[in-house]
Design a protein around this ligand. Structure first.
Ligand code: MRU
Length: 348
């Protein structure tokens, strides 16, 4: 199966798909500054929790790439810290961003004990590449673990994009579907459009079409009705941050989908890597929820759709309580009926 490479290191720059141009154009952009990476994350040129983490890791390296090879190690470590803090301010909800930046800073400190500026920079690029490669392997494992869970079903609803384009490759929620298709299973995907930025219709439908997997796009407000009409067998979504009790933050609208699935006795699954868990937050109520510009709602895609001066409430994420989640699928295995004890066991 042909998978699009969301982002990769290319010589002296980060090469990534500009996802704001999808589905009309598959355009790659090369970014060689940490400011460029910050803007790409902020503007959702790169988006989806694991992909944001990958991009931030390369962004951190770009922030020190031009530091002199024979410069002071203390100064370089200071620059690492400043760049990490700067990139951490790009978006607040996806915890993979902070996870990747913490891992990069820790690596810089570790290498500083045994090498100079040149060695630290080299090690930072290698660590960013390792984070990206691990993301690919992790998603593949999520696919392997998740396929037996989805195998009894045929028609799967998903919300937003938790496919290959939300990660380095394969995706989280779509990974079990890709693995199943490889093994001859027939899946049909229903992709919620996902207001206001349409990641479902622009990105999920795009990548499923590229992979030749049947996909039907529906408006977000159609999902409950599609369930009532018996069109949906199971729901699978990704996550941007999962609290220690299994409450899961994902794209705004996910909570409503989970409630509708519960009402129709349709299983609702979350697929995410361990790097998306925030074991320090006891419950989902502590997850910071990004609020984005009202213009995304009132002036989406070049057309005014609400009167001037109207107030807008535009949270980018919501939190689905663990009790609505049938299972969380991770690279370490499947956690059925997630609760604090089972989720905390994943941390070990
Ligand atoms: O705002 P985005 O596009 O970065 O949000 C991404 C999501 O919420 C996705 O649904 C996804 O599940 C999380 S990343 C695999």
């Amino acid at each position: 199966m042909r998978h699009i490479k969301t982002l990769e290191w290319d010589g002296d720059a980060l090469k990534m798909v500009d996802q704001t141009q999808l589905p009309s154009q598959l355009v790659y952009e090369k970014i060689d500054t940490c400011e460029g990476v910050y803007d790409a994350i902020r503007q959702l040129k790169v988006r989806g929790a694991p992909a944001i983490g990958d991009a931030a890791a390369f962004g951190l390296y770009l922030g020190v790439m031009r530091y002199p090879d024979d410069g002071s190690v203390e100064e370089l470590l200071l620059q690492v810290e400043k760049t990490a803090e700067y990139l951490a301010a790009s978006r607040p909800t996806a915890v993979n961003l902070f996870w990747a930046l913490d891992r990069m800073r820790a690596h810089a400190k570790k290498v500083a004990g045994r090498g100079g500026a040149r060695e630290i920079k080299k090690a930072l690029l290698a660590e960013a590449q390792a984070i990206r490669e691990e993301d690919v392997r992790t998603c593949r494992l999520i696919g392997e673990n998740g396929f037996p869970v989805l195998e009894p079903f045929g028609r799967i609803l998903t919300h937003c994009n938790a496919g290959g384009l939300a990660t380095a490759e394969y995706g989280t929620a779509l990974a079990p579907i890709y693995v199943g298709i490889e093994r001859g299973k027939k899946f049909e995907v229903y992709a919620d459009e996902t207001r206001p930025l349409l990641q479902g219709s622009r990105i999920t439908a795009f990548e499923l079409r590229q992979a030749d997997i049947p996909v039907t796009v529906l408006c977000d407000n159609t999902a409950a009705w599609a369930m009532a009409k018996g069109l949906i067998d199971a729901v699978i979504v990704g996550a941007d941050r999962i609290a220690a009790n299994g409450d899961a933050a994902n794209k705004i609208g996910t909570y409503g989908v989970a409630l509708a699935a519960h009402a129709h006795k349709i299983p609702f699954y979350v697929a995410a890597p361990i790097s998306t868990f925030d074991f320090e937050l006891e419950t989902g109520s502590a997850i910071p929820i990004e609020e984005r510009a009202g213009a995304e709602v009132t002036h989406g895609f070049g057309r005014q759709t609400a009167p001037d001066g109207v107030a807008v409430y535009n949270p980018a994420f919501d939190v689905t309580p663990a009790k609505l989640i049938r299972a969380i699928i991770t690279e370490k295995g499947v956690v059925e009926a997630p609760d604090s004890a089972k989720v905390k066991a994943l941390a070990k």
